[in-house]
Ligand binder design. Structure first.
Ligand SMILES: Cc1cc2nc3c(=O)[nH]c(=O)nc-3n(C[C@H](O)[C@H](O)[C@H](O)COP(=O)(O)OP(=O)(O)OC[C@H]3O[C@@H](n4cnc5c(N)ncnc54)[C@H](O)[C@@H]3O)c2cc1C
Length: 407
């Protein structure tokens, strides 16, 4: 094979790090690398809740892909993937263009799971992409303006559904953002109601007891009404209906009750199990030698019964192994098996608090928030070294990001 074509689908955590590692591992002229992503920016998915509450500048969360990649080593195509033809070794883009590949990396991420609950898809907001998160912020401002006209209290009632990692991070961000947003837009802050609804008996049930208590107290301290052990049965544009019969009038529901693999993978003619692409220990799609899948759209079994969870941590550990294995395959060398090492998790509660567990050390409050910053900075370092950390903290542009692609 002369100069193989490596094509990476998705410029999220998995796709970006794979392309950066390939830039490093490949010798000059050894292969052609193409990265395809729906947008020309790489959004930091783990921080999207900050866009929903406008507590970060657009460019702190949406980084320009052309500025991160080395254009001499990686060709970037801004396009939406429509399908893959594994027999012809082609990627089909929306608009009809076809991109041939010899090696393919599928890293197209997640979609929000709504579990078929009536009205969620139509009426609730999702923290799924930069665009969907920005929509939350615009909707909050719209409700502020409408409240000034009709004083309907449901316009100032903001519900976050799901007390998992993403849900508590969204609540924490709203707690931080609301006083300032209300002041800026002339809305009485004391009329704002924040409500968190969780079907399980507590928030973040997979965290240590102390972290659950800290988060619950944080909610109490900031007047967030926490409803646990109650499922949402329906969401309309004007209210949510809970299983205990209570209806909460609200115009804003942020749904963060779980994710599933990107459903586009169903159009790829590849195996799909539990909504994801099953991969072997080398991260290759089962029974395929030249297609790899990583991150949230991949099903990697850590043992016979359970798969790795959809986290950035998993995607970030898989990407370097994926890049290494593609280079090894091109060179006809032995491939490396992927082993996951859980390093811990830290969930933010706004900018000044967080809860989590790193190794066996439990963190909360300011120290937790500091650790969260360290984790985020570490990722920037992985992507662009100290220069990117510096730029994102001190030289970030305050121009709004222009959203062109749908979703
Ligand atoms: C608010 C929030 C907080 C989180 N916090 C944490 C955390 O603290 N720690 C942690 O480990 N995990 C966290 N996660 C989970 C983590 O963000 C995901 O597991 C991670 O983003 C998965 O990486 P990925 O590369 O598989 O997909 P993504 O990062 O989602 O990237 C997928 C990319 O593919 C692109 N794409 C999708 N469809 C197409 C298409 N058809 N054509 C072209 N491009 C397409 C998307 O635009 C995106 O750029 C959080 C998630 C959310 C939503």
């Amino acid at each position: 094979m002369s100069r193989p074509n490596i094509v990476i689908l998705g410029g999220g955590y998995g796709g970006m790090v794979t392309s950066k590692r390939l830039e490093k591992f490949l010798k000059a002229g050894e292969a052609k690398v193409t990265l395809i992503n729906k947008h020309d920016y790489h959004y930091l998915t783990t921080q999207l809740h900050k866009i929903g509450a406008a507590t970060a500048a657009d460019r702190q969360i949406a980084l320009s892909i052309p500025e991160i990649i080395n254009p001499e080593k990686t060709n970037f195509i801004k396009a939406e993937v429509a399908a893959v033809d594994a027999n012809k070794q082609e990627v089909h883009l929306v608009g009809g263009e076809k991109v041939p590949y010899d090696y393919l990396v599928i890293a197209l991420g997640f979609e929000v799971a709504t579990f078929g609950i009536p009205g969620i898809k139509e009426n609730a907001f999702e923290i799924r992409s930069f665009r969907s998160s920005k929509a939350i912020y615009h909707h909050i401002l719209k409700q502020f303006n409408l409240y000034k006209q009709d004083q309907d209290p449901s316009r100032l009632t903001f519900v976050v559904a799901g007390g998992g990692f993403t849900g508590i991070e969204m609540v924490g961000e709203l707690v931080d953002a609301m006083p300032k947003l209300c002041k800026e837009h002339g809305v009485p802050f004391e009329q704002v109601k924040l409500v968190a609804v969780e079907a399980a008996p507590s928030v973040i049930p997979f965290f240590p007891k102390e972290s659950i208590e800290y988060t619950t107290q944080f909610f109490e301290k900031h007047n967030v009404r926490l409803i646990t052990s109650k499922k949402i049965l329906e969401c309309t544009p004007e209210e949510i209906r809970l299983e205990n019969g209570e209806n909460i009038p609200t115009r804003t529901v942020v749904w963060s009750c779980g994710v599933k693999g990107n459903t586009i993978i169903e159009k790829f003619g590849l195996p799909v199990e539990k909504g994801k692409i099953p991969v072997d220990p080398y991260l290759r799609v089962k029974n395929m030698k030249n297609i790899f899948s990583i991150g949230d759209n991949a099903l990697f079994m850590k043992n016979e019964k359970s798969a790795l969870p959809p986290t950035a941590q998993v995607a970030l550990q898989q990407a370097p192994v994926c890049a290494k294995n593609i280079v090894a395959a091109i060179r006809d060398e032995a491939l490396t098996t992927f082993e996951y090492h859980h390093k811990g998790s830290v969930a933010s509660l706004g900018t000044r608090a967080a809860v989590g567990l790193v190794g066996s050390v439990r963190l909360s409050g300011l120290i937790g928030a500091f650790m969260k910053q360290v984790i985020e900075a570490r990722y920037l370092f992985m992507l662009g070294g100290p220069a990117l950390i510096f730029k994102q903290h001190f030289g970030v542009s305050h121009e709004p990001v222009k959203i062109t692609a749908k979703q």
